[in-house]
Design a binder for this molecule. Structure first.
Ligand code: NAD
Length: 380
């Protein structure tokens, strides 16, 4: 029997994305799958129910029934603990899971014998690129961060030659040149700013320069495992603080995106450095959720210090819900190709390398060791 794919309405405050968009539903239905969408699930991303029914989806009004009908449930945000208790045994859940912050839900999913795949755990190998939701959503966040910076500074970004005089281009500095940082650089360049980028991974230098921006280079290379950065030594941190501090003080807008997996975000901008910035300058801190790259950042708030605005926006992909959902849905469609057979059944085993690496819970156990340790630490 064709496997059922269900998409609940997101209930997390401020979340406007939806896990599947009609274009992807149409392809899944064509492949023989049954797709159930909760009524109103796509509305805040501008995909009304009729768009789903017109491509063959069933619309279900009952939230608990969407969760409880078995098959594969697709979500954006981790389910709440209450939602996690609604699953039927052996349901497959694919979602961002934010494992360190969703322990209650994960415990319930374990107890309900749900097979959970967490998008954060997807290995960043070539074969998984089309499923890489961290990258697709970081692309949205980087783009949107530059728009926030542009609309929060007191200045134009481009150079202008007008009858009312010449305007010099703004200086935009991007700290952290991973997926979000590179998109922020590209967007700031398109808006005409003079752009500089900085990262501790030397390989990022070439990518920054290829976007037409200047790369600030520290004489170190902190490339760790899997293409991610490692934490810096105290000596390296002191060198970094000096170089980054001087560059930040010159900038009209700074966008920070630096992260080290599994750790608190590195502190790149101290309060003293903010005090050296020009009045009217802005800092947009994309690492607000993981502790902030700037000492003054308050998650979800704007702090003003000596005329400098420090913004700590949360969940930026949700601010561009139409395309963020479209990209996420394409990632899920690709991930589903590992979970569903040609005859539209669930695969008999989950031993594919990508599935095995991203599996969080299965058969009453937590499969991801760090999360299992965290649960054991809390004696759950
Ligand atoms: P991330 O969100 O973990 O970190 C963002 C950036 O912060 C990284 O570039 C990191 O080097 C940088 N950073 C860490 N500490 C810093 C510090 N003290 N100062 C300045 N910068 C600092 O990373 P991400 O954007 O998810 O991606 C990281 C890497 O993974 C990149 O090399 C990217 O190209 C690679 N990647 C590979 C694939 C793939 O092959 N499928 C997919 C996505 C990303």
């Amino acid at each position: 029997m064709a496997v059922r794919i269900a998409v609940p309405k997101e209930t997390s405050p401020g979340e406007r994305r939806v896990a599947l968009v009609p274009e992807v539903v149409q392809k899944l239905v064509k492949d023989g799958l049954t797709v159930v969408i909760e009524s109103g699930a796509g509305v805040s991303a501008y995909y009304p129910d009729e768009m789903y029914t017109s491509v063959g989806a069933q619309v279900e009004a009952d939230h608990a029934k969407v969760f409880g009908g078995g098959g594969i449930v697709l979500k954006v945000q981790p389910p709440t603990a209450a939602e996690s208790a609604m699953f039927a045994p052996n349901t497959v859940l694919v979602s961002f899971m934010n494992p360190t912050r969703s322990l209650d839900a994960i415990q319930k999913l374990r107890d309900q014998k749900v097979t959970t795949f967490a998008m954060e755990l997807l290995p960043r190998i070539t074969r998984a690129q089309s499923m890489d939701a961290l990258s697709s959503q970081a692309t949205v966040a980087g783009y949107y961060a530059t728009l926030i910076a542009a609309s929060s500074t007191a200045k134009f970004l481009p150079m202008l030659t007008t009858a009312a005089g010449t305007i010099r281009p703004a200086k935009v500095l991007i700290l952290g040149a991973g997926v979000a940082g590179l998109m922020a650089i590209a967007t700031a360049k398109r808006l005409g700013a003079v752009v500089e980028g900085y990262d501790v991974r030397r390989a990022a230098g070439e990518q920054v320069r290829s976007l037409g921006a200047k790369f600030l280079e520290l004489q170190i290379n902190a490339e760790g495992t899997g293409g991610y950065a490692r934490e810096l030594t105290p000596e390296e941190k002191a060198l970094e603080a000096k170089m980054v501090g001087d560059a930040v003080a010159q900038a009209d807008a700074v966008i920070t995106t630096a992260n080290v997996p599994g750790r608190k975000a590195p502190r790149l901008i101290s309060r003293e450095t903010v005090l050296r910035m020009k009045p009217g300058a802005v800092v947009v801190d994309l690492a607000a959720e993981s502790g902030g790259n700037c000492e003054l950042t308050k998650a979800g708030e704007t702090v003003v210090e000596s005329g400098v605005k420090v913004l700590g926006p949360l969940n930026l992909p949700s601010q561009l819900p139409f395309h963020a959902s479209q990209m996420y849905a394409k990632n899920l469609q690709s991930f589903l190709s590992l979970l569903v057979t040609k005859t539209a059944d669930l695969v008999p085993t989950f031993d594919d390398e990508i599935l095995a690496a991203s599996m969080l819970t299965q058969g009453g156990e937590v499969k991801h060791a760090p999360t299992r340790d965290l649960l054991a630490g809390g004696a759950k």
